[in-house]
Ligand binder design. Structure first.
Ligand code: ADP
Length: 379
């Protein structure tokens, strides 16, 4: 099946056409690309962006037609716990969840409608970043705040990167020769945005992101966990610190960027190796926070059977993996220095034989996961 996978942001559309019947990543990916600057004079709306995409796809498709479209949707709230076929009602519900993901869901709705215009009659599936986390029990997802906030604002932990955590969980279980339902583990998805998930019996028990993707780990430009009174206290004292400014400060000007002056992990590691003290502090903070979550989740799942690294940093930065795992000595988890440095596109073991549990690198592939989910629903 030829599946077009679309990830619509407010100013860009990322896309990939995949042939789910082909073998191997190189053969599955028929075309991919990015249309940027939506909102500019040349590309005023998502409709023009999808037209540009459709034109760019003519040649690589060689006359074949798209069988189905899979859309990545960030926030499914507690409405969507699995992928769904897109109907007008589904689009309305995704729109209604916009207050919970103001940067993402409105753009997804524009993308869904534009795709309906560009590819009339082609079945579409919405795949939600939050869906994998739908199995968290109430004592995990609930915040200790009055019920009123839950009812009025939907305040609770939702979690994100679910498509990746789900995909990587399946591959890791396979790699270890376990039934997915026997897999307890900790999955660290470390990209520009980063989150760690506690998996019990192959399902999500807990995850570090919360009501929004700001919570949890120290990220490229996001603070991660912070005492909420820091925000209220500053906002009460400084009349210029509006909620919008505070939001931007914590989402776009914090994290590695605030401490090391750069949000790119590669650059921060290089700076540390060159003796930069701020870069060292940033890496100490980032790896410490991650190790703390891993320790907590190891306990939460009743003893993880594996620790798994994925996404840009998790897959590529052997230095960062080493900094994080060094802090797990009390759990008996040990990296094999040589295996940790090996690079590749395949799942691999990077711990020593006497490590208490295996440590794996499992490359994520959200597009593949979305294409598979789309095919499963449409077929
Ligand atoms: P996202 O999808 O969240 O935008 P990615 O998963 O692509 O992010 O990860 C981006 C991060 O991965 C950046 O911080 C980048 O520096 C880091 N990264 C990519 N390659 C390497 C590498 N070889 N060494 C260290 N970090 C890397």
């Amino acid at each position: 099946m030829l599946v077009l996978v679309i990830n619509c942001g407010s100013s860009s559309v990322k896309y990939q056409v995949r042939d789910t019947a082909a073998t191997g990543e190189e053969n599955q990916v028929i075309a991919k690309g990015l249309v940027e600057n939506i909102g500019s004079a040349e590309i005023p709306t998502h409709t023009e962006a999808l037209d540009i995409m459709a034109k760019a796809l003519v040649e690589p498709l060689h006359g074949k037609t798209i069988d189905a479209i899979g859309h990545r949707i960030v926030q499914g709230g507690d409405v969507f716990s699995e992928p769904v076929l897109v109907t007008d009602e589904v689009i309305t519900k995704i729109d209604e969840l916009s207050p919970l993901a103001p940067l993402h869901n409105p753009a997804h709705v524009l993308g869904l409608k534009a795709a309906q215009e560009t590819y009339p009659g082609v079945p579409m599936v919405a795949v939600f970043d939050t869906a994998f986390h739908g199995t968290m029990p109430e004592h995990v997802y609930r915040y200790a705040v009055p019920e009123e906030l839950v009812e009025k604002y939907g305040v609770r932990r939702y979690g994100f990167h679910g498509t990746s955590h789900d995909y990587v969980t399946g591959i890791a279980a396979d790699f270890l020769g376990l039934d997915r339902s026997d897999f307890n583990g900790v999955i660290a998805h470390l990209g520009n945005g980063a989150s760690v998930t506690a998996v019990e019996g192959g399902q999500c028990l807990d995850t570090s992101m919360g009501y929004t993707p700001l919570a949890g780990l120290v990220m490229g430009t996001r603070s991660g966990d912070i005492d909420p009174s820091v925000l209220t206290s500053i906002m009460m004292r400084d009349p210029e610190m509006t909620p919008a400014k505070m939001d931007s400060l914590l989402n776009k000007e914090s994290g590695l960027l605030a401490i090391a002056g750069n949000n790119d992990m590669r650059a921060v590691v290089e700076a540390m190796e060159a003796g930069d003290e701020r870069a060292k502090l940033a890496l100490d903070m980032t790896s410490y926070r991650l190790a703390k979550y891993i320790g907590a989740y190891h306990v939460a799942v009743g003893g993880a059977k594996a620790l798994v690294f994925t996404a840009g940093i998790g897959e590529n930065s052997h230095q960062f993996r080493e900094l994080a795992v060094e802090r797990l000595g009390a759990l008996g988890i040990k990296l094999d220095a040589e295996a940790n440095k090996v690079r590749g596109d395949e799942p691999r073991l990077i711990s020593t034989e006497d490590s208490a549990i295996p440590v794996l690198v499992v490359p994520t592939n959200e597009e593949k996961a979305i294409a598979e989910a789309t095919e499963a629903l449409v077929a």
